[in-house]
Design a protein around this ligand. Structure first.
Ligand code: FES
Length: 189
């Protein structure tokens, strides 16, 4: 049997150990919290880095001054092809003489371009059927039955406003968000 003195001594030891254990638990908890914070911070920093990349990809600026009427260029935005086309007056007239109500995806050329710059047709270069890149932007490429773009994958024909006129594609070539930031520089995105 323990004496009273031994019992008091054991109580102190237990109390001391108890404090130590609590301290240890507290320190351990703080340490893990620190590790947890660091672990959370890393993905956050990665996300911040990614969003900077995304911001950089979010818009592009293209100087279109060198694109003559009747010519088009292919560029890339958000890793997808974009066609920028300078329509001739005849191509604008062709687009405007179509009865919009007869179209599968009814839109006027004016709906798809900017006021005063109806000759600048800017569309995604992605067929709305299954995503092929239509022909017609590069010199010498087939433009299809309606003088715009032709998707050879399954035979979709787009007109000079990039509207679907024949074939399986359900919609017009998509017009991305864009704005002219000067007379010749267009910002896409
Ligand atoms: S992907 Fe263009 S017609 Fe099918």
């Amino acid at each position: 049997m323990a004496t009273v003195e031994q019992a008091e001594s054991m109580t102190e030891t237990v109390a001391e150990d108890g404090v130590r254990r609590r301290d240890f638990i507290h320190i351990a908890a703080v340490s893990w919290a620190g590790v947890g914070a660091a672990a959370v911070a890393l993905p956050l920093l990665n996300q911040m880095g990614a969003s900077a990349d995304v911001r950089a990809l979010a818009s592009i600026e293209v100087d279109v001054a060198a694109i003559e009427p009747g010519q088009a260029i292919k560029t890339s935005w958000r890793k997808q092809p974009v066609f920028i086309r300078n329509l001739t007056p005849a191509e604008v007239a062709d687009a405007n003489k179509v009865a919009v109500g007869t179209l599968r995806d009814p839109q006027t050329l004016a709906d798809r371009t900017k006021p005063g710059k109806e000759n600048w047709l800017i569309t995604m270069g992605v067929c709305t059927h299954l995503g092929c890149v239509p022909l017609g932007a590069a010199a010498g490429e087939v433009k299809g039955e309606f003088g715009g773009y032709f998707c050879p994958c399954h035979g979709s024909h787009y007109d000079t406003a990039g509207r679907i006129r024949k074939g399986p594609a359900p919609l017009n070539l998509q017009v991305p968000e864009f704005a002219f930031i000067s007379d010749t520089v267009v910002k896409i995105g």
